[in-house]
Design a protein around this ligand. Structure first.
Ligand code: KG4
Ligand code: ZN
Length: 353
């Protein structure tokens, strides 16, 4: 089984072809990506209108390249998948409409993929992990701990009550005058800095519910930066290192809470702790989670950075998972700006994804 996956929910246009392996997992036959970072950098963040237009400009070429690099013709595919949300609606519509048009023209099954589900299932593409597993999703838009029980079967154990991890990195970068996107910049600075110089708060530490909060920490960084301004290069590095250390401590503590909830509510032994989302590329976070895995004996799956950030392969793979279960979608499927993983989340969180 081979599926084309299209991703346009944020600032990356991506298209990929993935093939199911008979023994489980998948082979990525092609994985094309075009980042719009340069187009948004001047604004310090993603501008939805610019994003939507940029997706339109490149999507055709990218799909063509994905097919060429996979060595396949359209009619050799078994299905066509696109991320249908959650994300910036203008961009989502571009990828979704492209996939629908291709499905219509080729009479292939169409699969509308939840972008978060695609992040969640990536560990099954790369490592063939079995259900159920504990997922830590740390991206620019989402921060959650989720019990993944099966395709379409998720229980949210906790999520951020304010900023996402990546968002906190981006905002701290901006206040320190570092370019967008801030995550990698802050990490780079943190490597040079003293993590013990500032004792920033570790929000939510010790709470039983596996929730996150980063806005207090972000404010603490801003107040400290204002207090010691003008900032030297050393100040910036130390602020970044101390900020990242607080984020890392919080994440590990929240994983501990999530693991406890998982054991109480889902299963005694999760198959793994799976990490996904752009902030999973962070070296400090990766090292801390490795230590956590050593302590708890819980297998850790950290997909390579290129599969942690937004990409087409994860959409194609989620398409394969759904198609394997006969879960295809109608061409009337509408783009969803919000689309929580767990069905009851909307009621519980008043639609806050
Ligand atoms: O998953 P992603 O590519 O896009 C979505 O939000 O869906 O994540 C992008 C986010 C950005 O906020 C970016 O700053 C953050 O991931 N990020 C990082 C690092 N690399 C990317 N955050 C911390 N450290 C990094 N090395
Ligand atoms: Zn994402």
């Amino acid at each position: 089984m081979r599926v084309l996956g299209i991703e346009t929910t944020c600032d990356e246009t991506a298209a990929a072809v993935v093939q199911l392996r008979p023994e489980g997992g998948g082979d990525i036959l092609s994985n094309e990506i075009m980042s719009q970072i340069a187009e948004h950098a001047a604004y310090g963040g993603v501008v939805p209108e610019i994003a939507a237009r940029a997706h339109i400009d490149v999507i055709d070429r990218l799909v063509e390249r994905a097919l060429i690099h996979a060595g396949l013709r359209l009619d050799e595919l078994d299905g066509i998948a696109a991320a249908a949300g959650p994300g910036l609606i203008g961009g989502v519509i571009v990828g979704l409409t492209t996939a629908k048009a291709l499905a219509l023209a080729t009479r292939k099954p169409f699969i509308a993929v939840n972008h978060l589900e695609a992040h969640a299932l990536t560990a099954r593409l790369t490592d063939g992990i079995d259900f159920p597993f504990l997922l830590l999703l740390v991206s620019g838009g989402h921060t959650q701990l989720v019990a993944v029980k099966g395709v379409g079967d998720y229980v949210r154990l906790g999520s951020t009550v304010d900023d996402a991890v990546g968002e906190a990195f981006d905002k701290v970068a901006k206040m320190l005058g570092l370019p967008y996107p801030g995550g990698p910049q802050v990490e780079q600075e943190a490597e040079k800095g003293d993590a013990l110089r500032f004792n920033f708060p570790r929000p939510m530490l010790g709470r039983a519910k596996a929730d996150f909060s980063f806005s207090g920490l972000k404010t603490a960084v801003r107040l400290e930066a204002e207090r010691i301004a003008p900032l030297t290069a050393t100040d910036v590095a130390d602020l970044c290192a101390s900020f990242q250390a607080a984020v890392v401590d919080t994440i590990v503590d929240r994983c501990r809470a999530g693991l406890k909830l998982f054991r109480e509510r889902i299963a005694r032994t999760p198959q793994a702790l799976v990490v996904a989302g752009g902030a999973a590329a962070n070296g400090g976070i990766r090292r801390a989670l490795l230590r956590f895995s050593g302590e708890t004996g819980l297998k850790l799956v950290l997909p390579p950075a290129a599969l942690c950030t937004d990409n087409g392969a994860m959409i194609a793979w989620a398409g394969i998972e759904r198609l394997s279960l006969g879960l295809t979608d109608d061409l009337t499927f509408a783009a969803r700006p919000r689309w929580p993983l767990d069905a009851d989340a909307d009621a519980a969180h008043h639609g806050k994804a």
